[in-house]
Design a protein around this ligand. Sequence first.
Ligand code: C2E
Ligand code: CA
Ligand code: CA
Length: 411
Amino acid sequence: MIDTPSLRVLILDDEPFMLKLLAHQLTILGFSEIITCENGFAALAVIDASGPAIGLVVCDLSMPEMDGVEFIRHLVARDFQGALILASGVDIRILQAAEQLVKAHGMTLLGVLQKPVSPQSLKLLLEQSLPSLPRNHIRSRAVFTAPEIRDAIDDKQFINYYQPKVGVPGGELLGVEALVRWKHPISGLIYPDQFIAEAESHGLIDVLTNLVLANALSDAAAWRCSGLALPVSVNISMDSMSDLDFPDRVAQLAADAGVTSGDMVLEITESRVARDARTALDVLTRLRLKGFSLSIDDFGTGHSSMAQLRDLPFNQMKIDRSFVHGAHGNSTTRAIYTSSLAMGKELNLDIVAEGVETFADWTFLTRTGCHVAQGFFIARPMPTEELPNWLMAWDDRVLRELSNPIEAEAE
Ligand code: C2E
Ligand code: CA
Ligand code: CA
């Protein structure tokens, strides 16, 4: 059962049978407050009446009076802060376009479900997406101001969680990615989507990156002391590539911690176009000369694309999770995954598939020859002290479940 007793759910679908079915499935999963509506007008009336209390909307797309896209537009106009699941029988390409639209509106999309919705797929989606959703995200998105973020950096309220990367098919631990979390004294654990963009737009990202790097390096030094020489990846915003001193600073920090540059990967995400392409090229080239690995993050999305690969000295590619999870069953995402993989191989890059959430995703990687995996199937990001226990449990799982995938799949 899913631990969300307080989450109020609204289901919108023009087919009464679907409403009953989804409501029934959600009840079994532990949701106690469920409201069903047969058309968009009724749903909006409920939302207007109950304000921020609706935490999740499960929405059909094709409906006669007001279709799902129109309904989403009305939700945006109301500044709806809850999360959304799209469930529809339409062509997967249309469903994916609607998914992009929801994301473009900045809404929290838990996922899409193709009808007929099976109880297993709904359960899986909720189990995987709800725990990673900050609690305050569901109710009302906390907005943190730049001064608050600055104070928290000064106060060292940011800590690193680590998510393992493992070899496919053998499961050997190859490294970890540092993912920053804000231990807020009042709001609890805050995820990066609630402060990175704000930090970037207020010139705070460099100090935050420094803190993340320092924490990652001291953790890496501690792992090495305990016999675990683990390469660590750190996310670096493209904004930091406009600082010509960045390579020297990172090299100094690494040297101080006794970590060699070969054990560090810098994952670069381009949330926006580099302000000055020449400076970025200067910085990235010098980082590679100093021996750091450079990874192009979220490959296949937004600006993380082929032009970047052509122009910048990356030696690792992370295929975005939207082209990995479920790719075995979706011809569109599979096509993008397969061509990214082929391109990465052609360019001699190390390739990491993100978003490996299920056993089916894992076996898909083994079949397609992608040799590094990261994702919830292997582990969620965790505090450094949880790594040793995870590793023992994982080794065990590899032996029991993954060393003979054919047998495990048949079970
Ligand atoms: P990212 O670099 O793509 O990191 C992976 C994100 O996907 C993480 O979210 C991780 O928890 C999540 N994830 C991992 N495996 C799975 C999976 O199997 N399924 C799904 N659905 N999600 C998975 P997180 O920690 O919330 O971080 C979000 C983004 O924030 C990161 O995306 C990265 O771009 C940014 N970020 C995180 N830490 C830092 C940092 O220290 N500096 C900068 N500049 N950005 C950071
Ligand atoms: Ca990353
Ligand atoms: Ca990514």
